[in-house]
Design a protein around this ligand. Structure first.
Ligand SMILES: [Fe+2]
Length: 443
């Protein structure tokens, strides 16, 4: 599908560039986009043509991601990068601690020092795989109270799925501007440069850095042609560019480490673009939640928004899953998430409200990690309540939780293992689940 920006009548708002994986195009100045070819002898308006490849040239058409950018200066015009400090950002492979089978939970990140921008405010919890082998993921949290000023970030190691929990992220990217607040997610593709501004003050949230195959929509199988996250609800930005001079510090995450170069101009200077390797925004409130209308409830994979497939069919490098407001109507059914042990590893975060498997202790901005095969499920209070609840149709509407579910165990950074905001005694939520057998038979 081809989506072209049209400006329509004078003063009209350009229509949204909507649709997942579409061949979008956008120009901030009319005539900036060449017609009928990507790299004409002279690009329009004196711009430089440049291709940005998110997948190998030769990957199958259905997975191939690339964009053509028409910019004031080519990205190649830059001085050398030099190493800078990583702050509290870490990269895969994660080898600072031993893999830990225990169940873990954290409170939200504490307040950062004044003047902490998005990059400085990134704090890595852990991850798996190896950025150098383009496998696995890193789980970061962020807490920022200052806009990025004369500073731009790009990540060679993977795409960044940003999940704000507090505040608003204004993402000024090479492709234009997107704004994401709580309940929305934004994706910055691998290598795309961006600056984060904070139009609503301090911001906090989560980041899934996906080293593997780019996120895509899950197959729908018997669900049919519609449902879950609908492709039309993903929105790309309109082209917008900066003509500002430098100096601008361009920070690059490369194989887990931060490098920086002093540019004499902003690299956010793309006047027009077309392609498929494009930032996008999605509003989780548009997720079409499907579930059982008879008994039991489906496995939580039914809530998958985006998936990064691996070479094993059905076994994701990472799934992004949302637990959105929904109705529970199952008859003779234990309605909260069941007790389970999972070959996949689950990191959960909470954007707002409460999660229906945990009565307390799981706070917005906090998170839990249940590594491969670690046993978990509803806490004692939730179990007791759900086991005796009257099973009328029930709307679960007071929370928005999500999960990064990954095929490999997550190893913590040292700072996450030893964090003062890590909850001691998380195991206690399952205390008191005593043997009820043999229960008295119903008379
Ligand atoms: Fe689970």
């Amino acid at each position: 599908m081809n989506t072209e920006e049209v400006t329509g009548a004078a003063g009209a708002t350009p229509r949204e560039l909507s649709g997942f994986g579409n061949e979008h195009s956008s120009e901030a100045v009319p005539g900036a986009l060449p017609v009928g070819r990507n790299s004409p002898q002279r690009a329009p308006l004196g711009l430089y043509a440049e291709q940005l490849s998110g997948t190998a040239f030769t990957e199958p058409r259905a997975q191939n991601r690339r964009s053509w950018l028409y910019r004031l200066r080519p990205s190649a015009a830059h001085p050398a990068f030099h190493r800078i400090g990583n702050g509290s950002l870490r990269g895969a492979p994660f080898e600072e601690t031993e893999p830990d089978p225990n169940r873990m939970r954290w409170d939200p990140l504490p307040e950062p020092p004044p003047g902490t921008d998005f990059v400085a405010g990134l704090w890595t919890l852990g991850g798996n795989g190896d950025a150098r082998l383009r496998s696995g993921l890193a789980i970061h949290l962020f807490h920022a109270n200052s806009p990025m000023i004369d500073r731009v970030f790009g990540d060679s190691d993977g795409e960044l799925l940003l999940v704000p929990e507090r505040g608003v992220l204004r993402l000024c990217t090479e492709f234009g501007v997107l704004e994401a607040g709580p309940g929305q997610v934004a994706l910055i593709p691998r290598g795309v440069r961006f600056r984060v501004e904070l139009p609503a003050g301090p911001a906090r949230g989560y980041v899934c850095e996906n080293h593997g195959q780019p996120f895509t929509l899950p197959e729908l199988g018997p669900i049919g042609a519609n449902g879950l996250a609908n492709a039309r609800d993903f929105v790309a930005p309109h082209a917008a560019f900066e003509e500002s001079g430098g100096p601008v510090e361009v920070v690059n995450k490369f194989c887990g480490r931060l490098w920086a170069a002093e540019y004499d101009h902003s690299p956010l200077d793309v006047v027009a673009w077309h392609g498929t390797h494009v930032p996008y925004l999605y509003d989780l409130r548009r997720f079409n939640v499907l579930g059982s209308i008879s008994y039991d409830h489906p496995d939580p994979s039914i809530f998958t928004v985006l998936t990064s497939p691996s070479e094993v069919p059905g076994q994701a490098g990472v799934d992004f899953v949302v637990f959105a407001p929904r109705w529970l109507v199952g008859e003779d059914t234990f309605r909260p998430p069941y007790f389970h042990r999972n070959v996949m590893t689950e990191y959960m975060g909470l954007i707002e409200g409460a999660y229906d498997a945990k009565a307390e202790g799981f706070r917005p901005g906090g998170g839990s990690l249940h590594n491969m095969m670690s046993a978990h499920g509803p806490d004692r209070v939730t179990f007791d309540r759900a086991s005796s609840a009257e099973l009328r149709p029930q709307r679960v509407a007071d929370g928005l939780a999500f999960m990064f579910e990954t095929r490999w165990p997550v190893t913590l950074t040292a700072q996450a293992a030893d964090a003062p905001h890590r909850q001691a005694g998380y195991d206690a939520v399952w205390h008191g689940l005593e043997q009820n057998y043999p229960a008295p038979r119903p008379s």
